[in-house]
Design a protein around this ligand. Structure first.
Ligand code: AMP
Length: 280
């Protein structure tokens, strides 16, 4: 079932809700890969009806970012989602989500300040706004998000708690290629040399993890390890390498408790992110 309008989506889901079905939502921007499909499989296990949203949200792209070029293939996405038992796909046009005169936005403080919030101003405002709209349209019992976008997970969890949203947020671990590269729709932008060097995100996180596991507690030393390896790849341009506390994403004087090591690296026009959570 492909739903294009908000009205038909609400109508379809109201019927399911009346029939006593629990609803699971997997929000995506499409061009589906195994990472997305894993979220859907989790939803499938937990919910009676799984709905996937496919919407390249212009609001979360900054000026000069890849909104226009972002890969899109709705018919293949529909096939892939059906293959894992998804009942419905909500794929609205931009004007359906943001009609003329649209003027309401969701802004979070603190959790949006470091990492991607710093390098992509307005990004999380766009994410929080579209996710709120999706939650209101679909009213899911469960919504599924990938740990690949670790800060996004914290943003959504904080927002759901602060605004008393009536659903459970489920986080799914990062799905990787055989060499360790985190799956991403943006990986198709990489040329063969960039693709080969892109594995450095995963490798540097592993090396940094090893250092922490063997006793390193100085965040600067760990960041040095991350940076050194990335700088060793001629096509990689480091955007950030940080180690922050969880769940509040605050700076650390000493590595302890639950920590997030997070990276953003550019290969030409392609921006890749990856992360790793450690319990110290
Ligand atoms: P996107 O289409 O990139 O906005 O991603 C949609 C959802 O899939 C988000 O919750 C992502 O965190 C999640 N996701 C994307 N790539 C992966 C991956 N490699 N592993 C796990 N989840 C992912």
């Amino acid at each position: 079932m492909i739903l294009k309008t908000i009205a038909e989506t609400k109508d379809y889901l109201n019927k399911a809700r009346k029939a006593g079905k629990t609803i699971g939502l997997v929000p995506t921007m499409g061009f589906l890969h195994k990472g997305h499909l894993t979220l859907m499989e989790e939803a499938r296990k937990q919910c009676d009806l799984v709905i996937v949203s496919i919407f390249v949200n212009p609001l979360q792209f900054g000026v000069g970012e890849d909104y226009e070029e972002y890969p899109r293939d709705l018919s293949k996405d529909v096939e892939l989602a059906r293959g894992v038992g998804v009942e419905a796909i909500f794929a609205p046009e931009v004007k359906e989500m943001y009609p003329k005169g649209y003027s309401t936005f969701i802004d979070l403080e603190k959790v949006t300040e470091p990492l991607c919030g710093r390098s992509r101003p307005g990004h999380f405002r766009g994410v929080a706004t579209v996710v709120t709209k999706l939650f209101n349209i679909i009213q899911p019992d469960f919504a599924y998000f990938g740990q690949k976008d670790a800060q996004q997970v914290m943003v959504i969890r904080t927002m759901a708690m602060d605004l008393n949203m009536n659903l459970e947020i489920v986080t799914v671990p990062i799905v990787r290629e055989a060499d360790g590269l985190a799956m991403s729709s943006r990986n198709v932008y990489l040329n063969p040399q960039e693709r080969q060097q892109a594995v450095v995100l995963y490798q540097s996180l592993q090396k940094a993890k090893e250092a922490v596991m063997t006793g390193e507690r100085n965040p600067e030393q760990v960041i040095n390890i991350l940076e050194e390896l990335i700088k060793g790849k001629p096509l990689a341009q480091l955007e950030y390498a940080e180690i922050l506390s969880l769940p509040n994403l605050a700076n650390l004087a000493v590595i302890q408790g639950q920590v997030l090591m997070a990276l953003a690296v550019r290969f030409g026009k392609t921006r890749l992110i990856d992360n790793l959570v450690l319990e110290v």
